[in-house]
Design a protein around this ligand. Structure first.
Ligand code: ATP
Length: 338
């Protein structure tokens, strides 16, 4: 790395994503170029959620093909890489171990440093890269996270979060009950666009936190006596308004005027519109991650790996165990310290 820096060359990092449904690989440079992004998604049978062991088997099978394609598409040989980054957590244990094993094998075989990446930090970094925002309030909404965070003194700090299930879980769990294929979020968005009537559902905000489990139970109870498009419309309006409320409170208290929306659920056009309106009304701006990278992908890990490695982050192969319950407010971010 030191030689590359002296030569003014960008650091090249291979990133391996394997926390849940997606196995992804990508090569990114420390100049912010995403040179490739290849992924394969495990899809559970209709009506069931992700089965960790089956997802792990799926990922093990397709991993060599995905990694080789990512290198080929980037025009990079393994020996040209400066580092190999992987999702260390949080996520499903058996699935995380597939990504870590693949990354360890490549790092060991080609004598490359191994860079551990927190998956949520990677959602934030790819959001910052693709929006150009420098110091926004972050709203991270996905299957694993529902958090409002801001950066201070070397770490991301949580302002508010879900007290129970995430926004992505709410949509996917409702989808399973309503016979909507997984992942339900995009299909609910489509159905909601045809909804006309607002059905009353519980709106639960507690201080700076949201709670979605009561909303899920109530929405499921209404499946039998409601038009599905109306119910999807109502579910989105209520769940998204709760996130907007706690985010607006953070914006007001912390005096931010920029907001970044990132994570899988941020692909939702209605959610983007609601945040854009709230921020515009306050004289600020909301931008969302490029939808190409809103869901889990290798690019988020490769880019964050390039940033982390460029500021000295790596770990010995022997320490590379996965952390399924790793919280992102525990992670030091040396590349943002200054
Ligand atoms: P995490 O990244 O926190 O580990 P995850 O692995 O579930 O969670 P993502 O790929 O970031 O990750 O997000 C998937 C979630 O995004 C699913 O719940 C899916 O239903 C939801 N989602 C995807 N597209 C949309 C959309 N257009 N509208 C609403 N939700 C969406």
């Amino acid at each position: 790395m030191a030689r590359r820096r002296e030569q003014g060359k960008a650091v090249l990092c291979l990133g391996i994503e394997s926390t849940a449904h997606t196995f992804g690989a990508s090569v990114a440079s420390s100049r912010g170029e995403i040179l490739s992004d290849i992924r394969e998604v495990y899809r559970p049978p209709l009506g069931s959620g992700i089965h960790p062991r089956e997802a792990a088997q799926h990922h093990s099978k397709i991993a060599p093909k995905v990694v080789c394609e990512a290198l080929r598409a980037a025009g990079v040989r393994p020996q040209d890489l400066d580092a190999v980054a992987y999702s260390k957590g949080p996520g499903l244990g058996p699935v995380l171990r597939v990504g870590a094993t693949v990354a360890r094998a490549i790092a060991a075989n080609f004598s490359k440093p191994l860079v551990p990446i927190h998956h949520a930090i990677a959602h934030i970094e790819i959001g910052l890269l693709t929006t150009g925002l420098k110091d926004p309030l972050v709203v991270l909404v996905s299957g694993g996270h529902t958090t409002v965070a801001f950066f201070s003194k070397g770490k991301w700090r949580v302002f508010g979060e879900t007290e129970d299930i995430t926004l992505g879980n709410l949509l996917d769990a409702f989808g399973r009950e309503a016979g909507i294929p997984h992942p339900a979020g995009p299909n609910i968005e489509e159905l909601a666009s045809k909804g006309r009537r607002l059905i009353e559902l519980p709106y639960i905000v507690k201080g700076n936190d949201v709670s979605y489990s009561g909303l899920l139970t109530a929405a499921i109870k209404r499946i039998s006596d409601s038009r599905l498009p109306d119910l999807c419309y109502s579910l989105q309006e209520v769940a998204f308004s709760m996130m907007v409320e706690v985010s607006e409170r953070a914006i007001a208290q912390l005096e931010h005027n920029e907001l970044l929306l990132t994570g899988g659920v941020s692909a939702n056009r209605r959610l983007r519109e609601m945040f854009a309106k709230m921020m515009a009304d306050r004289g600020g701006e909301s931008r969302a991650v490029d939808p190409k990278y809103s869901g889990d992908c290798g690019a988020q890990i490769a880019w964050t790996g390039a940033l982390a490695f460029s500021s000295g982050v790596s770990e010995p192969l022997g320490d590379s165990e996965v952390l399924p319950r790793w919280r992102f407010d525990e992670v030091e971010i040396p590349w943002r310290r200054g």
